[in-house]
Design a protein. Structure first.
Length: 94
């Protein structure tokens, strides 16, 4: 279950006033062995999380849920996905 976000902190983040954006953005592992990953892409209409395949394992691609109109997206995945082990693919406004 993703951590509940404080609405004041999210407001500060999307308006560029949050002093510690990594408190909200990036990977956030939980006690159940899952990781919630968030990204801010203000000009995106959709964002996917992409983890490169290794060996015979295929690339993993997951659509992210849009949490805020300002472009805050989130997905929760199984296991540990440390920063740097994935990228984002965004569809932007025309």
């Amino acid at each position: 279950m993703p951590t509940e976000l404080n609405s004041d902190a999210v407001y500060a983040l999307v308006n560029g006033h949050h002093g510690a954006p990594s408190d909200i953005l990036g990977p956030h592992p939980d006690e159940d062995g899952r990781t919630t990953i968030r990204v801010l892409r203000p000009n995106a209409t959709a964002v996917s999380l992409v983890k490169a395949g290794t060996g015979k394992k295929a690339e993993t691609r997951m659509g992210m849920e849009r949490l805020r109109e300002e472009g805050l997206f989130e997905v929760t995945v199984d296991g540990a996905w440390p920063a740097g082990s994935y990228t984002f693919e965004a569809t932007t406004f025309n």
